[in-house]
Design a binder for this molecule. Structure first.
Ligand SMILES: *Cc1c(COP(=O)(O)O)cnc(C)c1O
Length: 420
């Protein structure tokens, strides 16, 4: 490998790879495989990169819970003072269980139910990111029935030209999110007339795995224009939320650092009073985690060699789903000839692969680490093929904490009954 590993706290130790002060082989011996393993130091460093870049500004970094919603991960960010961006009542329950503060929670998503609105209002969340006129009406009604005003921002689609910024085109293609830029003014005017709605801010989120700061700066400029227009009509906002989306390195991408990414935005917002909010997910957790797995079988073939591992697409869906690339490394390479392998799981689907054409010097029974798996890994896992979900371990220096026990078949069959 010519470049450094993308997981910053992964180091070479005497018995193979270590995350911080813990040998991956020790984690496998104690807790089995497949297991997601996270580094507290890497989570903290990623969060602090945002905090440092935003120093001296009124700001709030709201971790996007959907990237990794395990209580152990949420508690690390809660202790660092993070806010949280949630997309369901279930995620709010997780944030509260992990010690997060309700008033630092923003609630995104196009399909909030009445029940979720009530729960969030009663908990006292900071802001609803409203995504349609119908949602605004419903929220006004629910807030009225509770006698508790609902703080809102509209999620506005700033319509940044995706052609000039191909990295984000997937983020803009779908139009189910947000309200059109051209409709935002009318919606704010309407919200201002509703008795149980309190206008608090404005929100946008233009896409994911962004590697270029330019489209964000363009979006921010458009949003600011709208904010000033609203102010001229007497509608003043307390906060401006620019969403998440900063990318990470999986292979050879060169994403900007948080400070490089934020610099043009901070320039754009210089001298303004509003609190500046962000909703990063992937960039806080993606490279703080890996999936530790063991090789069950090596299966040499005429055209391809297969390394069949005990993790599969149900554990980490991104390769099967998006053809995403994750670096795969041997935890302790053997003194055997390196060969090219298709790294595949046991699931009965041809799409069940974790990596194509990977050079590995390994034998049956060896451990592999699938890197950059901290974001959209565990949260997208499933029980397909009646596979129990992986355990999760959070490493903190020389200490390992099991933050999620391996699922058992008992867990998995709970609530099901055959016909009598
Ligand atoms: C998914 C999502 C995020 C986080 O996106 P990342 O690319 O993981 O940073 C932030 N805000 C909203 C509304 C989202 O849907």
């Amino acid at each position: 490998m010519t470049t450094a590993l993308p997981v910053p706290t992964l180091v070479q130790g005497p018995t193979g790879l270590m995350l911080e002060g813990v040998a991956l082989s020790e984690i496998a011996a104690r807790h089995g495989t497949p297991t997601y393993v996270y580094s507290r130091a890497a989570l903290t460093a990623a969060f602090e990169a945002y905090q440092t870049a935003l120093a001296g500004r009124k700001s709030l970094v709201c971790y996007a819970v959907k990237a990794n919603s395990s209580l152990g991960i949420l508690s690390v960010f809660a202790r660092l003072g993070a806010g949280f961006d949630i997309v369901s009542g279930g995620e709010l329950a997780r944030v509260l269980a992990a010690g997060g503060e309700a008033h630092k929670v923003v609630f995104s998503g196009v399909g909030k139910s009445r029940e979720e609105m009530r729960y969030a209002l009663e908990a006292g969340i900071g802001c609803f990111n409203v995504e349609s006129a119908a949602e605004l009406d419903r929220l006004n009604e629910v807030a009225g029935s509770l006698g508790k005003p609902a703080p809102i921002a509209f999620r506005v689609n700033p319509d940044v030209d995706p052609k000039t910024h191909p990295y984000i085109s997937t983020g803009l293609r779908s139009n189910k999110f947000g309200v059109a830029f051209t409709e935002a003014l009318a919606l704010y005017r309407k919200a201002a007339t509703l008795p149980h709605i309190e206008i608090s801010g404005i929100d946008c989120h233009i896409g994911s795995q962004l590697l270029d700061p330019a489209p964000m700066a363009e979006a921010a400029a458009k949003i600011l224009g709208l904010v000033d227009q609203l102010a001229s009509e007497g509608i003043r906002l307390d906060h401006i939320d620019l969403g998440g989306g900063l990318g990470i390195r999986y292979r050879d991408e060169e994403p900007p650092s948080a400070s490089t990414y934020l610099a043009p935005l901070l320039e754009c917002f210089a001298g303004r009073e509003e609190t500046l909010c962000f909703e990063p997910g992937r960039s806080l957790v993606g490279n703080a985690g890996l999936l530790l797995t063991r090789i069950e079988y090596l299966k040499p073939g005429v055209e391809k060699n297969f390394a069949i591992i005990d993790a599969a697409m149900n554990d980490l869906a991104r390769p099967a789903l998006y053809d995403a690339y994750h670096e795969i490394v041997a935890v302790a390479p053997k003194a055997v000839e390196a060969r090219s392998y298709e790294v595949v799981g046991p699931i009965c689907e041809s799409g069940d692969f974790l990596g194509h054409d990977r050079e590995l010097a390994v034998e049956e029974g060896d451990l592999l680490a699938i890197l950059s798996a901290g974001a959209y890994g565990m949260t997208m896992s499933s029980n397909y093929n009646t596979r129990t979900r992986a355990a999760e371990v959070l490493v903190d220096g020389a200490v390992m904490h099991v933050i999620r026990e391996r699922e058992t078949l008992e867990h998995l069959l709970k609530g099901e009954t055959p016909l009598p």
